[in-house]
Design a binder for this molecule. Structure first.
Ligand code: IPT
Length: 934
């Protein structure tokens, strides 16, 4: 292997760590060189800050909206996105791969290229991600050889996948004019590791044309095998860190999983915060708002800033920026339900939160201030109060200093004011600082801010731009806090305060401005031997109202609007695509005389700040239709005589052997997702007392049992079994008494069982006894009866929506969930029995074309033990479990059209009313976009 690597290196296909990576051999105009050193990645020799976060295209089955999310990500100042690619999402069966429609990842990569976002590509093969099988296709459960190892069976399987995805990623590398700047091999590979496998993954990537640096996201702050040296080592080993844990019910408890400072793992590579916690899985059903609180703006301030200064990382991947929806059978059942909102900065319904605002404040700073891309630890100015903690880094070339200020005890929330003695590059100063509550600041000294010299400030820098030869800088602090900013001039500059209360003094070299952060203050500084500057001094809130956008004529600033998607200069016009959620001001700082927003000219006037100020309308109110006119159809147990597969196997590839034979695992018969029906035929003795079953469904699943058409009851499915007796060989046990007189000696009898498969276990520990846990019936005993079994699952004929959309309900096989009707539907009856009842209705959704209205289906209260599969225009948008944590099911535009069909498959384990479960359409957002989202 070493020889192969050496050979590839000679051929220029692999690069030695630290060396520049070669561009593709064919000369192309947009080819770039990617390299790195201990400080950062470089593109054509220029240092870059990869300030990125995670997005899962497979959790948004609407490519039109990928762009919406990516635009919002870019608008917050991110320079990149981190993207998992989900093997199982593309591959329903060995050798079968689909990259069309909602799976069109080239379209996704093209969008990142159009938007100028770098991509950290993470194709696994294993990705975890709380998705079924951790991203492995379910058919891999039938493949011999331990997954995530160099075993030949697994190797052949994953090479199929990499053989498809790698060339796509290779085509889109920065080195070939694309966006992919790094390639993540495997995922948190730290348990049961096989270094040969890690090495072979990378050889495969290189052989498939990957020439950007290979990275890895190591688990647990890099404490497990971390691929920084030895066989299988990657060029840039990164670290995953979730300091807050996933304890959403208790959002006030901080740092459960540690300090949260990313470790340096290699001296010759940049520090990479591969997955840094930006939300949480709702493990304890607290609801995602609690997860958002656990990882809210105060956590972000303290942890992200501590991490930036503590580690000097220049590559970041915040997990998640937008979580989305585990629609269909995407969820991994042990950790999540349908919603994967994640408490992220951008909600599942694509709304922006206060976390988004904090990302923007930090992101603009991280990506504006170039000296941050190369820093070493430095002596920190000493605070006079030991309850205040400081830490510093400085740029060895510019000598710019970055000082972190926070409570010594990160969890403390007292209000401390003190001073620090700061030896800045421009002299020694006593600088007042305040830490009020859970807060942290990164203060800057010795920085060439545009044409100005910032000596120091105890306000934080949001961003700055240069417009028509004038610097426009925005600094901010928490409402009510004192602020001071010192700038250097060769002679007294002229200071004109336009708004707010700002005092200034000049001592012959330093201009000192003192103020209280409140609203938005504005001052013009001119003369003093430097270009003029407009200084904007705001609060957290007013800073968050600003948007920075790059145009061909340089970056511009916009104040107002709920997002800015795009900005360009056309002659003297600034042309914006921007949303509003309410009427309000729009103010632009741009080399423009006119303003166009959403294709419409906006009346503006020139302000004393030199900006253009106008007003924009908000969205019109939209009314959603009531859902009525429901029709009904029953799905009788194990209905219909076609489509059944004889289940008579006596062996299985699963390391978990069944309790009874034949093997009844659904995967062994090619039914990998959703519900399966079983029927077991036997000749009765008449003496059978009990039907004893075991089923493994994954957490939260259940099964329902009928004998000769009579409902016997239901039981919860198990989550796992051990491979050998006596431990855990009785998962999901249900014993159902046989009603008197139901079976008669010598008469044919039929058992019907509906088993839900909640999704497949992940493989976090690289252990087949976890990943290859069966689904479906694990054991069945009916007295001494010899039962002939048949099984029926999904048809797998839905190319558009893919294999994870449907299971084996009869109605699914017959297309009752699809638009268009399909057969006879009736008025709902007065009552329904236990089992499967289907309901459907049609509705229209007429949102104005220039508005983005986000819609969800909301479940109201109704007692009973039931779950509901929600189909909108055939798309399985999730599973409602009565009494469960999720009531709102987001319906993304694209899935939602103007004319819609809604089908609900209700699986009830007890009799219930015939009327449909109470559901309604609700609005989760309404924005004027100025045109259709593209
Ligand atoms: C880490 C995984 O890499 C990622 O796929 C996802 O599962 C995430 O965490 C949690 O949402 S796993 C780590 C926290 C043990």
């Amino acid at each position: 292997m070493r020889m192969v690597l050496a050979l590839l290196m000679v051929l220029g296909l692999v690069v030695a760590p630290g060396a520049a990576v070669n561009a593709a051999p064919v000369a192309q105009a947009r080819e770039h060189k990617v390299g790195y050193d201990k400080y950062s990645l470089t593109v054509d020799g220029e240092r870059i800050m990869v300030w990125s976060g995670e997005f899962h295209y497979f959790r948004l089955p609407s490519p039109e909206l990928w762009r919406d999310v990516l635009e919002k990500i870019r608008a917050a100042g991110f320079t990149g996105v981190s993207l998992y690619f989900h093997w199982g999402y593309h591959s329903p069966a060995p050798g079968v791969y689909d990259f069309s429609g909602v799976r069109d990842v080239e379209r996704l990569l093209r969008m990142t290229e159009e938007l100028g976002l770098y991509v950290i590509a993470r194709p696994g093969p294993y990705i975890n991600a709380e998705t079924t099988g951790g991203g492995f296709p379910a058919w891999l459960k039938n493949v011999d050889g331990r997954a995530r190892s160099s075993d030949p069976g697994y190797t052949a399987a994953y090479r199929e996948w990499l053989g498809r995805i790698n060339p796509i990623l290779a085509r889109h590398q920065v080195t070939r004019g694309g966006s992919v700047i790094a390639y993540n091999a495997e995922n948190e590979y730290g348990a049961n590791v096989d270094p040969l496998y890690m090495e072979q993954l990378q050889e495969k990537a290189r052989a498939d044309g990957i020439d950007v640096p290979i990275v890895h996201n190591n688990c647990c702050n890099g404490d497990l095998p971390n691929w920084s040296s030895g066989q299988g080592a990657v060029q840039i080993p990164g670290v995953d860190d979730y300091p807050q844990s996933f304890n959403c019910p208790d959002p006030g408890t901080w740092g459960t999983w540690g300090e949260g400072v990313t470790r340096r793992l290699r001296d010759d590579a940049p520090v990479y915060a591969a997955e840094y916690q930006a939300g949480a899985i709702d493990l304890n059903n607290a609801g995602y708002e609690k997860c958002r609180e656990l990882t809210g703006p105060d956590y972000m301030k303290v942890y992200y800033k501590s991490n930036a200064i503590g580690s000097g990382a220049t590559m970041f991947g915040y997990y998640m920026l937008y979580g989305g929806t585990s629609w269909g059978w995407l969820p991994q059942p042990n950790d999540v339900y349908t919603s994967y909102d994640y408490g992220a900065a951008i909600t599942e319904s694509r709304g922006l939160t206060t976390k988004y605002d904090e990302f923007k404040r930090q992101g603009y700073f991280m990506t504006t201030v170039a000296p941050l891309r190369k820093t070493d630890p430095a002596a920190a100015p000493k605070p006079s109060d030991p309850a205040v903690f400081t830490q510093a880094r400085s740029n060895p070339d510019t000598r710019t200093q970055f000082v972190l200020v926070r409570h010594t005890d990160r969890r403390a929330s007292s209000d401390l004011s003190t001073t620090v003695d700061w030896a800045t590059p421009d002299g020694n100063y006593s600088v007042p600082v305040r830490v009020n509550g859970r807060d942290a600041k990164i203060l800057v000294a010795g920085y060439d801010l545009g044409g100005q010299r910032l000596v120091w400030s105890n306000s934080e820098i949001l961003t700055h731009v240069t417009v028509d030869g004038r610097d426009v800088a925005m600094l901010y602090g928490r409402e009510g806090e004192q602020g001071s900013t010192v700038l250097r001039y060769s002679s007294a500059p002229d200071v004109r305060v336009l708004e707010g209360d700002v005092r200034s003094s000049f001592d012959g070299k330093d201009l000192r401005l003192d103020y209280t952060h409140s609203g938005l203050a504005r001052g013009l500084v001119s003369g003093g031997g430097r270009p003029p500057m407009l200084l904007l001094l705001g609060t957290d809130e007013t800073a968050a109202r600003f948007w920075r956008m790059d145009t061909g004529a340089g970056p511009v600033l916009v104040r107002g609007t709920s997002v800015v998607r795009d900005a360009k200069m056309a002659g003297d016009k600034l042309v914006l695509r921007a949303d509003t959620d309410a009427p309000g001001d729009v103010e632009v700082f741009a080399p423009a005389r006119r303003l166009v927003v959403g294709g419409k000219h906006v009346e503006t006037r020139r302000t004393p700040s030199g900006s253009l100020l106008g007003a924009l309308p908000g969205p019109r109110a939209v009314t959603l239709p009531a859902l009525s006119d429901w029709r009904y159809r029953a799905e009788p147990p194990a209905f219909g005589d076609t489509g059944w597969t004889v289940a008579d196997r006596t062996t299985t590839a699963s390391p978990i052997k069944p309790k009874t034979l034949p093997v009844l695992y659904s995967d062994d018969y090619g039914y990998h997702h959703g519900n399966v029906w079983y029927r077991g035929d036997f000749t009765a003795e008449g003496t059978e007392k009990t039907v004893s079953l075991n089923a493994i469904t994954g957490k939260g699943g259940s099964y329902l049992v009928w004998l000769n058409g009579r409902y016997l009851g239901s039981a919860l499915g198990g989550t796992q079994a051990d491979s050998e007796a006596p431990v855990n060989r009785d998962p999901g046990r249900g014993d159902f008494p046989v009603p008197e007189g139901l079976l008669a000696k010598g008469k044919p009898a039929r058992l019907s069982v509906l088993v839900t498969n909640m999704g497949h276990n992940d493989d976090w520990t690289a252990d087949d006894t976890r990943f290859k846990q069966p689904r479906g019936l694990f054991g069945a005993v009916i007295g001494d009866a010899k039962v002939s079994w048949q099984i029926r699952g999904a048809r797998d004929n839905d190319v558009e929506r893919g294999p994870l959309n449907t299971g084996g309900l009869y109605g699914e096989r017959e297309g009752w969930h699809l638009p268009g009707g399909h057969g006879r539907w009736e008025r709902p009856p007065a009552t329904t029995g236990p089992g499967v009842s289907w309901y459907r209705t049609d509705f229209r959704f007429d949102a104005p074309r220039d508005q983005d209205v986000s819609v969800a289906l909301r479940f109201g209260e109704r007692a009973g033990k039931y779950r509901v599969f929600v189909f909108v225009n055939g798309w399985n948008m999730g599973q409602y479990v009565n009494g469960g944590p999720q009531r709102d099911f987001v319906l993304p535009a694209g899935v939602l059209k103007t004319a819609n069909s809604l089908s609900l498959a209700v699986v009830s384990t007890e009799p219930g009313p015939g009327a449909p479960v109470p559901v309604s359409l609700v609005q989760l957002g309404n924005h004027r976009t100025g045109g259709p989202l593209r």
